[in-house]
Ligand binder design. Structure first.
Ligand code: GAL
Length: 496
């Protein structure tokens, strides 16, 4: 009997990885050819991963300072160590390689590269050394970087000096920073993003003060911030094109946040409400970098605060991108607020009271696969069929932040796996049926990381990190295994 048991156990050991693998859903509904047209990868950002906040002369970013104020970060944590990518990048890159990842989106910390941040200041040799080493390690492992210059981590010195994006001086200082980055890393990096989600920067960092630096400049600050940021973007793009990209091998764009807005009913008013929300949230930046000006709706309803571009600035802004970057997570319904034709009301349930999709850990996030298809198709139609890079897409699984240790159960994330399968299938449909030119897709995020105000509580990683263990061990979640097998290993490698 003992022998039979032992034999049975041995067989189980042999087949269990297969059983586990089979428990994952099948591949996304994509043609092999479509998968090859898209460069798939994973993403992260400097403030959320690097740590080593004071190493090598790095000066604080607004998040380092903000996190020290009591009550600002939900679990009282700070980005001082984060995922310790600064020290663990070799290990992380080896892990990416083992998963078949060939594209990695990351960001540079402005205050690590240029501790004094202002125009004319000297790059830190330690900062340069660190990023060059990371890019080399990526290359040696067959992984191409896509690098964002600003992922919300304003150097505190610029905040103190002139309130960051509120002052036009940011245009010159950012363009100088971009110049240093292009010059220093241009031989290693071909794919650039100027700004991550200006909507968040201007609404939460400089509008309502929810995010670092925690200042409240209200509506006037919000629109001013967007204006200065757009001009900083356009100047950096012009510089890149004139000075660094004569061989046209590089690509540059901006990462624009949007959730899809679905009209609540077929009524004209609800359709108008949904369109107004897209115009104000997405068109604010997308229209500016494509057409060279703000959407009519913004001009009409925000005239009290919305600054005006000169003709020269409009020219500079027009088509100031090679690809249109999108970060998309979810969709909501929009209906018109009675008596206010320019407003909208966001709803998470349809007319029958049915919720738009399964809710994530993050209160704002629901699993709505069709949202990505509608958003991509909308962009194709409005912006003359641009190349589109999905720079972020992902979900936080409920309760992951409370899991203990690294046992197999801590790596189960069925919602996230289902989410990626659904969204990638819908993205493929947009390409195959609607002719969208989607050429890059980065799953957010590579590892669990420091999720801004939510600290380590909310997790987005396809790789788990046990933050309670000082070694910060990593473990691939089910979603990571699914992406590895069905997406990363089937991915193409494109320049467009
Ligand atoms: C994005 C942001 C990322 C990440 C993600 C999940 O808006 O760019 O840094 O935090 O949301 O909340």
């Amino acid at each position: 009997m003992g022998k039979v048991w032992a034999l049975g156990f041995a067989c189980w050991l042999l087949v269990s990885p297969l059983v586990l693998a089979q428990s994952l859903p099948g591949p996304p509904e994509c043609k092999a050819d479509t998968m090859k047209k898209i460069a798939f990868g994973v993403g992260s950002s400097a403030a959320q991963s690097e740590g080593a906040a004071a190493v090598g002369g790095r000066s604080p970013s607004v998040w380092d300072v903000f996190a020290k104020q009591p009550g600002k970060i939900q679990d009282g944590s700070s980005p001082a160590v984060a995922t310790d990518f600064f020290n663990k990048y070799k290990q992380d890159i080896a892990l990416m390689k083992s998963m078949g990842v060939k594209n990695f989106r990351m960001s540079i910390s402005w205050s690590r590269l240029l501790p004094q941040a202002v125009k004319g200041s000297s790059p830190s040799s330690d900062g340069v050394k660190f990023y060059r080493a990371v890019f080399k390690e990526l290359k040696d492992n067959g992984i191409e970087p896509a690098v964002t210059l600003y992922h919300w981590d304003m150097p505190q010195v610029l905040q103190d000096k002139y309130q960051g994006f509120i002052d036009r001086q940011i245009i010159e200082d950012f363009t100088y920073y971009a110049d240093v980055a292009f010059k220093t890393f241009g031989d290693q990096v071909k794919k650039w993003t100027t700004f991550n989600e200006p909507w968040v920067t201007c609404n939460l960092q400089y509008g309502n003060g929810d995010f670092a630096p925690g200042v409240q400049y209200g509506d006037s600050g919000k629109w001013k911030c967007g204006h200065n940021l757009l001009l900083a973007h356009a100047n950096a793009v012009r510089l890149f094109r004139q000075k660094y990209n004569s061989d046209k091998k590089g690509r540059i764009g901006m990462a624009l946040w949007s959730e899809w807005s679905e009209p609540w009913t077929d009524k004209f008013e609800d359709k108008r409400a949904a369109q107004n929300k897209i115009d104000i949230d997405f068109g604010w930046f997308a229209d500016a970098i494509h057409f060279g000006d703000y959407p009519a709706q913004a001009k009409k309803t925000q005239s009290a605060f919305l600054p005006v571009f000169t003709e020269e600035e409009k020219k500079l802004l027009r088509r100031s991108y090679d690809y249109m970057g999108l970060t998309i997570y979810t969709a909501k319904f929009a209906s018109e607020v009675p008596g206010n034709p320019n407003g909208w009301w966001v709803r998470t349930t349809d007319v029958n009271g049915k919720v738009v999709g399964q809710q994530a850990e993050s209160y704002w996030l629901y699993n709505v696969p069709w949202s990505i298809n509608r958003m991509l198709t909308y962009m194709k139609n409005r912006y003359d069929n641009p190349y589109i890079w999905v720079l972020e897409n992902g979900i936080s699984e409920k309760g992951e932040g409370n899991r203990v240790g690294m046992g197999p159960d801590t790596l189960r994330d069925p919602l996230r796996t289902d989410y990626f399968r659904g969204y990638i299938s819908e993205a493929c449909k947009a390409v195959e049926s609607n002719g969208v030119r989607l050429t890059h897709y980065f799953a957010w995020s590579f590892t669990d990381n420091w999720e801004w105000r939510e600290g380590f509580k909310t997790r987005f990683g396809v790789v788990r990190i046990d933050f309670a263990n000082p070694q910060l061990p990593r473990g691939i979640k089910d979603s990571g295994r699914w992406l590895s097998e069905h997406v990363f290993k089937k991915s193409g490698q494109t320049k467009q």
